[in-house]
Design a protein around this ligand. Structure first.
Ligand code: SIN
Ligand code: FE
Length: 318
């Protein structure tokens, strides 16, 4: 089972109550490095009781929100840098409700960030905050186009915001009062790559001279922000193709090895979702915060998908 459960007192002990010590000689530092190493190599770190409890009134508010046009938006997103909320059907809510939702998302994002500042002591400052999301919709039986479906096994890739080799770390919280959030996870990243290459997918190759010049020009002129392909490195292109191929491959979906995991109500978990094949098949009401982590910060440097793919391709891919 690729899940490691961490109890709250174990966690508090490793974080040394207040400030974490990252020096790898201390027992606390060794524990954090070990947890990071497990995470990097495909384990889901599971907190049966979330370390970041949310006040009851806020939970009640979140669970009562009803978007009349919920099908239009996949999730409600919070962008910490501009402090902006998106994906909200503004006709469904009063101004006060939108402000309250905004404040809750801002608070959630800040509390996960503060927590990871301690937990990620081994990474120093080599990670950055990305978007957060609130997922209020029942996942079972959602009617979405294939590439947007969450119930098909996949590894994550952002089609419009390429990560250029940075890893995608996600911290989740199941805020349903009494139902589990049910995931299915697949085989390790290397096995998936083995299934899809060569044959179903070509291994990534470095850009040729023309593509390199075109992308550089697009960056200088600002055109790259308009056309996603021009922002994508060969690594990003491959990761997006892998995401799509996994979801579109009916035989892979039914025949690959998989395991079910149920995350308890009130629990949290974190996982590198660009390498751990995952899908959510049932559950409602979850909060999530994404971080992008520098592959050079890894405790196990060879675990980053950019390292795996560059070794296979024998070339730089970013
Ligand atoms: C996903 O990242 O594919 C969905 C996970 C979830 O919402 O539980
Ligand atoms: Fe995903």
């Amino acid at each position: 089972m690729p899940v490691l459960a961490i109890a709250l007192d174990e966690l508090k002990c490793a974080l040394h109550q207040s400030g974490a010590r990252s020096d790898s000689d201390s027992a606390e530092g060794r524990q954090l490095r070990d947890w990071c190493a497990r995470l990097e190599t495909g384990t889901i770190l599971y907190f049966p009781q979330t370390p970041l409890p949310i006040p009851f009134e806020e939970l009640q508010f979140l669970r009562k929100l009803r978007q009349s046009r919920s099908g239009v938006h996949k999730n409600i997103a919070y962008k910490p840098k501009p402090d902006k909320l998106t994906g909200v059907d503004r006709e469904s809510f009063s101004t006060e409700e939108i402000e309250q939702l905004h404040a809750i998302m801002r608070g959630y994002s800040a509390s996960v960030t503060e927590f990871l500042q301690g937990f990620f002591a081994p990474y120093g400052k080599r990670w950055q905050l990305d978007y957060a999301s609130y997922r209020p919709i029942e996942e079972e039986g959602r009617d979405l186009p294939v590439r947007h479906r969450n119930d098909l096994l996949h590894t994550d890739a952002f089609p419009t915001r390429p990560t250029h080799g940075r890893r995608i770390l996600r911290f989740f919280h199941n805020i349903h009062p009494d139902r589990t959030r049910d995931w299915v996870v697949g085989e390790p990243f290397e096995s998936v790559i083995g299934t899809f290459t060569p044959g179903k997918l070509e291994l990534p190759r470095p850009d040729g001279a023309v593509a390199r010049t075109g992308k550089r020009l697009a960056q200088v002129t600002g055109l790259a922000s308009l056309v996603p392909q021009w922002k994508r490195t060969p690594y990003d292109r491959f990761m997006t193709e892998l995401h799509n191929s996994m979801k579109e491959d009916v035989a892979f979906q039914s025949e690959c090895k998989k395991e079910e995991i149920q995350f308890a109500p009130g629990s949290s978990w974190m996982v590198y979702t660009e390498t751990v094949p995952h899908s959510v098949v049932a559950g409602q009401y979850a909060l999530e915060q994404t971080f992008l982590v520098d592959p050079e910060a890894m405790v196990i440097p060879g675990s980053a998908p950019i390292a795996v793919l560059e070794a296979m391709a024998g070339a730089r891919l970013v």
